[in-house]
Design a protein around this ligand. Sequence first.
Ligand code: HEC
Length: 133
Amino acid sequence: MGAKAERRYDAGMRFCLRDALLFLGTASIFHPAFADAPLRAQVEAGAALWASSGCSHCHGANGEGGDIGPSLLDVGRRLKPEAISMQIHNGGKVMPAFDNVLTGDQISDLVAYLRTKRAKTPKQAQAPPQRGQ
Ligand code: HEC
């Protein structure tokens, strides 16, 4: 009798788990917000690379622009991800190429980070990440 009850419990659990997984899978595939949005992990990795790879040296700590590099506060709105990626891979007239400095994955992370920069004008400061304000 004990074994039977246990088996029923087991089957119930498996059903729930499968349903939960199905639900999660469907939600992440079909939810529009997930379709094209950069993954948060990539954005965070990109932000770290931004500081450690020297980008901030020319473009400012938050991409607000510096003595050498232009503001990138609106770059996610202005440029396609492919164009941002090209710029980092190949550099520009002044900007060095990062092709041999960063891996493809690291450049993808930086692109994900820069895609979040969508200010209406290049000078417009971005709202800081919500910190109880
Ligand atoms: C030596 C200074 C310098 C460094 C370091 C630098 N940039 Fe740049 N960046 C520039 C300049 C200057 C431009 C404008 C194009 C040119 O003249 O090369 C530019 C342009 C860009 C653009 C295109 C902007 C637009 O509106 O077309 C992107 C995107 C960009 N940089 C991203 C990065 C990233 C990401 C890094 C770090 C991996 C980086 N830059 C490091 C100087 C720099």
